[in-house]
Design a protein around this ligand. Structure first.
Ligand code: PNS
Length: 162
């Protein structure tokens, strides 16, 4: 039987429990979900793309339905390359909507067969973003419960060399 594959793209710099909530819920709909870390020349990340992939692999360790990968260029091309036509994205608030709507519409304009599935972030995580996590961690704030343990550890290493 044909496997239903979805691509969950993002910067994931770093992955948070908000992302993981969307990931695990999307696995209810798809046989395989590819976490695709985007190379973005405009956004210099805290972690390299390779580091982000290693962190995600550790966070989802043992789950054979999750594939961790990265891509350069257009998302529509990557989605086609992996024989999918579905993209998964999370929505936290109205403020996400405009950007996501633009992106999904542009992607559909580029490939009319592609669909973006949006999921509302669970109430426990709607206030989390990779940006705020990095800011809190950079000042030594506690991010436990908001990110997987491997992320908390890597943030400490990045900011405090511990
Ligand atoms: O986590 P992010 O930074 O919100 O993810 C954005 C991402 C990586 C999904 C988006 O920037 C993207 O798809 N980049 C690839 C380039 C592309 O296809 N652009 C056209 C859509 S506007």
């Amino acid at each position: 039987m044909k496997q239903r594959i979805a691509v969950y793209p993002g910067s994931f710099d770093p992955i948070t429990y908000g992302h993981m909530d969307i990931l695990f819920r999307s696995l209810e709909l798809f046989d395989k979900v590819i976490m695709a870390v985007a190379y973005n020349i405009e956004k210099k990340g805290l972690f390299t793309v390779e580091e982000r992939k290693d962190i995600i692999r550790e966070a989802v360790k043992g789950n054979e339905h999750v594939i961790v990968d990265s891509f350069e260029g257009l998302l529509v091309d990557y989605v086609k390359k992996v024989n999918s036509r579905f993209v998964v994205r999370g929505l936290r608030a109205m403020s996400d909507f405009e950007y996501e709507f633009q992106m999904a519409s542009m992607n559909r304009n580029l490939n009319k067969d592609m669909d973006t599935i949006f999921m509302m972030t669970s109430k426990d995580y709607f206030f989390i973003s990779s940006r705020t996590i990095k800011e809190v961690a950079s000042f030594g704030g506690n991010v436990d419960g908001l990110v997987p343990p491997v992320v908390a550890k890597c943030l400490k290493e990045k900011f405090f060399n511990t």
